[in-house]
Ligand binder design. Structure first.
Ligand code: ACM
Length: 642
């Protein structure tokens, strides 16, 4: 009887997942506000006429669309700005604004006769184009012309606009440097899913990545360290004679080029200068910024162990902070911000503020004197003093000040905006004090976390699977929603050594974040989302964008039974998959035993191998799980008392 119910529920699950995949045949991410499917199909003709207004601000949209169509379909595309000949695709700015659409919304009409996109602003037209692209076959994503494809799109009437104005991704270009061309590649990827903000983490202990003309050592010295490959955080300390040639930086011309490239795709770039902690590259370049004697011997970090994090306390082995009690620090930041503010038109400058180790401040006579003079009771108040002074400098350059949620601790500056990363509590506190907030909590939005089991991923201290990412909700119940500007996901790159891994870490979790910040809250539904993600995979394959297939990897949960047998439970993230396994060191396929209930490891087994299938198709990766690894997880858990 149990088996019968199991069979019935399996049938139901596969029926449900099938019917959801084919709900309306579309797989748009992020899900639009309102989609009506019409009868019929639009067939892309051999000669496409795009009609758009003559204004300069639409040109990036038409250029983007023309490039997209010609690259993959090979059709001839003509752009014109009058209605003398009938248009195939018409991009039209509303004369009278459609208030529901706002600045970034659009109305996309695809009929058998042609395509019309209407919007109040060019950004809306751009997002309409992104949705249109997702209606065409996957080959539209190809980097070269694909023949023998029926270039059709279903007829639809879509009205769509974002839930939040701040839809961000953060790329850490400091831990590892990514070239200008790679950053452009990342921007191209983010706009597919309607992100509009790239937060560049430009400075850290490992490197200073932006040319500051008045402070040349920041890049001649601060932009380079020793190349190390392996597991970041535990690299051997570099020897004195190892070449410091690894890294790089963006010249001011590079930055201007990136800002323009992003602008043409309706993306703002927010610079982050991370101070007062995470500042070893600055201190190695200008040791007078440190309150610690001997800083002239400091070098940029090359991934060696440098910080100790224990509950409630952070200590550094070398002083990677700026001296909060020295006027030289504020003069330095004034110079940096003068140039940064001129380079980035975006309204906010992010000044970091996270994870500032204060053990060297506590030993400094100069910091103690500052505390006495200013009546500062503890190190959090010292940081708050620093942050408030930096806020004034940022504002003096005509920008708004933003920082990680640590800036709340010793008292928040008058107009500081907060990016909440240690969960959402910092964001709640700041919003309750009337401050602007962007939510980017580790719990849902940290793209550096592992996506699958630890045996499958470069090691980071936490795991964040796609289904958990999808639960990201930027607005807590208890706060004024107007103060939540939006949300973003952060990709720290300690363990990310190249751009392909940047892509792998970002997709598909970036799609889950995109839906959290664009789509209406009541449209979010995991069972509807994951089939759309699966339909995006072949599109990313066409575009040759790397993504993680981790959604097909099961989770492992091991326990020890009373009679000392190792029990292993496997859980799939999405339904409708079968797991096949072996304990005999061979590679399982679908003719091996199928997982139906928790496994008991044979006494002498050394490893469990698993692979997931959908029907006859292997979809998951071959995972080899050492039995010793599972046993040590149990021991660790027992030690922690869980
Ligand atoms: C952070 O993740 N340290 C902001």
């Amino acid at each position: 009887m149990k088996k019968f119910y199991l069979l019935l529920s399996c049938c139901l699950i596969s029926f449900l997942s099938f019917s959801q995949t084919s709900k309306n045949g579309l797989a748009i991410i992020p899900e639009p506000v309102n989609t009506i499917i019409k009868k019929g199909q639009f067939i892309l003709p051999k000669h496409v006429v795009i009609e758009a207004g003559a204004t300069d601000d639409i040109k990036p949209v038409t250029a983007y669309l023309k490039n997209k169509l010609t690259t993959s379909t090979g059709v001839l595309v003509t752009v014109k700005n009058s209605s003398s000949t009938p248009a195939t695709i018409k991009l039209s700015l509303n004369k009278k604004p459609d208030t529901a659409l706002g600045k970034e919304g659009y109305h996309l009409l695809v009929s058998t006769k042609g395509v019309i996109i209407r919007a109040n602003e060019p950004a809306g037209l751009f997002y309409g184009v992104q949705t249109l692209v997702q209606l065409f076959p996957k080959e539209i994503e190809s980097q070269e012309v694909v023949h023998h494809v029926s270039w059709t799109a279903p007829c639809v009437d879509i009205k769509d606009y974002p839930r939040f104005a701040w839809r961000g991704l953060m790329l850490d270009v400091a831990r590892h440097f990514f070239t200008k061309e790679e950053v452009k590649q990342y921007i191209d990827q983010m706009v597919r899913y309607k992100f509009n903000l790239l937060h560049m983490h430009l400075t850290d202990d490992e490197g200073w990545r932006i040319e500051i003309k008045s402070l040349p050592r920041l890049t001649t010295v601060g932009a380079y360290n020793v190349k190390k490959i392996g597991e970041f955080g535990s690299f051997t300390p570099p020897a004195a004679d190892e070449p410091r040639t690894y890294g790089g930086f963006y010249t001011q011309d590079d930055i201007r080029e990136l800002v323009q490239y992003a602008k043409d795709r309706f993306v703002n770039i927010m610079p982050e200068v991370d101070v007062p902690g995470h500042s070893l590259a600055a201190v190695a370049s200008y040791p007078e910024l440190s309150c610690t004697p001997g800083a002239e011997n400091y070098k940029t970090r090359s991934g060696e162990h440098m910080m100790n994090f224990s509950k409630g306390s952070i200590t550094a082995l070398v002083d990677n902070t700026l001296n909060p009690s020295s006027e030289k620090t504020y003069a330095f930041l004034d110079k940096v911000l003068t140039e940064v503010a001129q380079l980035f038109p975006f309204g906010y400058v992010h000044m970091g503020g996270d994870e500032c180790a204060k053990n060297f401040w506590a030993q400094s006579d100069s910091v103690k004197a500052l505390m006495q003079k200013e009546g500062l009771k503890n190190m959090e108040e010292v940081q708050s003093y620093f942050e408030k002074r930096v806020e004034k400098i940022v504002e003096s350059k005509g920008k708004k000040f933003m920082g990680w949620d640590e800036i709340i601790e010793g008292g928040l500056g008058p107009k500081a905006a907060v990016m909440s990363w240690r969960g959402i509590q910092g964001g709640i506190t700041a919003a309750k004090l009337g401050h602007e907030v962007v939510m980017s909590p580790t719990t849902f939005a940290y793209l550096d976390y592992m996506q699958s089991d630890r045996v499958m991923e470069p090691h980071v201290y936490e795991t964040l699977r796609l289904n958990r990412t999808y639960e990201f909700e930027p607005v807590p119940d208890s706060v004024d929603a107007k103060l939540i500007l939006g949300g973003q996901a952060n990709l720290w790159t300690e363990q990310v050594f190249n751009i392909r891994q940047v892509e792998y870490m970002t997709w598909p979790r970036g799609m889950a974040i995109a839906e959290a910040v664009w789509s209406p809250k009541n449209k979010k539904n995991w069972n509807d989302f994951y089939p759309r993600v699966e339909k995006q995979f072949p599109r990313l394959d066409e575009a040759e964008i790397k993504y993680a297939p981790s959604v097909y990897d099961p989770s492992f949960n091991a326990s020890m039974s009373a009679d000392s047998l190792l029990k292993i439970e496997l859980t799939n993230e999405i339904p409708g998959l079968d797991i096949y396994y072996s304990f005999d060191n061979s590679y399982p396929d679908r003719f091996y035993p199928k997982y139906t209930e928790p496994l008991v490891a044979p006494k002498d087994a050394t490893q469990l191998r698993v692979i997931t299938y959908r029907g006859k198709q292997p979809v998951g990766r071959m995972i080899t799980m050492p039995i010793a690894e599972l046993k040590s997880r149990i021991e660790r858990r027992n030690r922690r008392g869980q």
